[in-house]
Design a protein around this ligand. Structure first.
Ligand code: SF4
Length: 258
């Protein structure tokens, strides 16, 4: 199998092109998730990879799959300062249980918080600005040395994720990183089956009516049968935190990154 190597680059040149993402999607068409992950790591197809996890309702599945192939993979967690305490406890439980050895906790810049969110209430009048300070910027800084990131996005989660490919070009900046969505074609019953098969612990808030869990001020309960992500930024015209942008086409390597 031919390796997908970052383009030999000057400092400012992109690592990958849309063509690389398309090539990877073609390469793994018909492969199941575990085969694809095993090949990515065993064949060293992409050099420096990391997973970005919210340690939310379904995060255990992707983290378990990745721990099986490389427990030392960097696991990025954005500690926005606004998480439910249950999420922080669940993060530590999962890291221990799965044997993940490279958890990296990312924090917003203190100076940015003091200048732009001194009261800690920016989420209530400018959620995009709050996500920018607490998620987008810290992640961009942490991802600078990496070539690709894994996400846990799934097509069934919302119509804005319905047509995402497994591999896409991260267009959040000019670096030309890849985003890898191993679970994009998994449905709710397959996720549930994986939890049961591997006896994975559940986020404690799922049983309380939260099928998608982010920061506490921006997460609400969801009624049975509703879009699982409708409880995120409920009441706002906002569906993603800015790490991921909505609306990618299926072939579309025109996507950025949660
Ligand atoms: S999800 Fe809400 S609290 Fe968290 S960073 Fe975004 S706006 Fe702020």
């Amino acid at each position: 199998m031919n390796a997908i190597r970052p383009i030999d680059r000057l400092d400012t040149a992109p690592r990958f092109s849309e063509h690389d993402a398309v090539r990877l999607n073609r390469m793994f068409r018909g492969s199941d998730t575990q085969e694809m992950l095993a090949a990515l790591f065993a064949d060293d197809l992409i050099d420096d990879m990391a997973v970005v996890s919210s340690f939310g309702a379904e995060s255990a599945v992707l983290l378990h799959l990745l721990a099986e192939v490389d427990p030392a993979l960097p696991v990025m967690f954005l500690d926005t300062g606004k998480h439910f305490p249950e999420t922080l406890a669940y993060r530590d439980e999962l890291v221990e249980r799965l044997g993940l050895t490279n958890l990296q906790i990312l924090h917003p810049e203190l100076a940015e918080l003091e200048a732009k969110d001194e009261t800690g209430l920016r989420w209530s009048y400018d959620p995009d600005g709050c996500c920018e300070i607490r998620k987008v910027k810290p992640l961009a800084k942490a991802m600078a040395p990496f070539d690709a990131s894994f996400t846990g996005r799934k097509a069934f989660q919302s119509k804005t994720r319905a047509n995402l490919p497994r591999f896409e070009l991260d267009t959040s900046d000019a670096a030309g990183r890849l985003k890898i969505n191993p679970l994009i074609d998994w449905d709710a019953s397959r996720i549930e089956g994986y939890f049961i098969q591997h006896d994975l612990p559940r986020h404690p808030l799922v049983a309380a009516g939260y099928p998608s869990i982010g920061c506490s001020p921006c997460t609400s309960r969801v009624a049975p049968g509703e879009d699982p992500r409708s409880g995120r930024w409920s009441g706002w015209d906002k569906v993603e935190c800015g790490i991921h942008q909505p609306g990618a086409d299926d072939d579309g390597a025109d996507q950025p990154y949660f």
